[in-house]
Design a protein. Structure first.
Lengths: 157, 177
């Protein structure tokens, strides 16, 4: 019998917002081996170059339990070295910082949400069971590409 | 007979109905519907359905595919290979005046309804004289809310039937850690 959480994850990666991101090459699924979900998101570096970052998520009991997500180095089978993590403005630095649990530091994340009451303080960024995976992917994609806005504004100034 | 008349004529039910495809059409911030279109019908058929629902003329509406800046011509035939799994958007053809507030200042400019929050941010940040290096820290929110609007949200969906849209330029929230 298939775990209902797996069915929900499969449905979410087939929904229209998620597919739109795949079609636009904003993100891609590397592998779903439930409860592990490996994925990659395209970002923009401070110098304007494009770079893809990989992530490993644990999605058991989804969606009642939020995903646990780490930025991951699949070649070396460990979380990405600090020197290799995304650079840019403070939001980028905080999101991908190394901290005690070394997961993505956003309120929707399983371990970050309760840490320092992040989910309670920022409910519009917290996980809810009615959210879809595309919420997380859009959030990460927006942060990973925030450097692009700085460059656009600089060029137009 | 015009494309519009042909499409209306073809909408009548017959004994041998051709295959249909479902097109997901976004019509507002929280409004989305699935429109059934017969293979071989022109794209204007989608606008006919929405115009009936909105009580306006088809000519007042424009149809877009997600991520594209040009409207889909009404005569485009919805064939079996048509990318119907992409979200579509319907907007009034009128522009929307966007007013952005930041601290005690405000700036305004007209935008097309299919343009996005990201387009407004790219204009508003230099308009308020904000240092470009700070640009990634800013987001747009509706007045009296804290929720940052998605960058790819169409202005037309936020404005609804209004021709004016007020937004606040705010610092994006960062988790405390």
């Amino acid at each position: 019998m298939i775990d209902p959480a797996q069915t929900k994850v499969e449905n979410d990666i087939d929904e229209i917002d998620f597919r739109a991101g795949v079609d636009a090459k904003r993100w891609r699924i590397i592998e779903l081996d439930f409860p592990r979900l490996d994925f990659a998101i395209m970002g923009t570096e401070p110098d304007g170059s494009r770079k893809e970052y990989c992530f490993k998520a644990e999605v058991s009991n989804y969606p009642s339990q939020p995903p646990m997500v780490q930025i991951w180095d699949f070649g070396n089978r460990k979380s990405l070295d600090s020197a290799q993590r995304p650079k840019g403005n403070r939001r980028v630095e905080v999101t991908f910082q190394r901290w005690g649990s070394d997961t993505i530091y956003r309120p929707w994340e399983r371990l970050t949400g309760p840490h320092n009451s992040n989910a309670a303080n920022l409910p519009h960024l917290a996980w809810r069971a009615d959210r879809r995976l595309s919420f997380i992917f859009e959030d990460l994609h927006g942060i990973l590409n925030s450097n692009a806005r700085a460059r656009r504004v600089q060029l137009s100034a | 007979m015009t494309t519009l008349e042909t499409a209306r004529d073809n909408n009548r039910e017959g004994p041998d109905l051709p295959a249909k495809i479902e097109v997901t059409v976004r019509t507002g911030r929280d409004e989305e519907r699935v429109v059934d279109i017969e293979i071989g019908q022109p794209a204007v058929s989608i606008l006919i359905v929405i115009a009936d629902q909105w009580g306006c003329a088809v000519e007042e509406l424009m149809l877009f595919r997600d991520g594209e800046n040009d409207p889909i011509p009404g005569g485009t035939i919805i064939g079996p290979d048509y990318p119907h799994r992409h979200r579509h958007h319907v907007h009034h053809s009128r522009n929307v005046e966007v007013i952005v507030h930041y601290q005690v200042a405000s700036h305004h400019r007209e935008f097309k309804r299919f343009q996005t929050i990201e387009t407004v941010l790219d204009w508003a940040i230099p308009a308020f004289g904000i240092d470009p290096t700070m640009a990634p820290e800013f987001e747009l929110a509706r007045p009296e809310t804290k929720e940052e609007l998605p960058l790819n949200e169409h202005l037309g969906h936020l404005a609804g039937r209004h021709d004016r849209l007020e937004l606040n330029l705010v610092r994006g929230d960062i988790a405390n850690g």
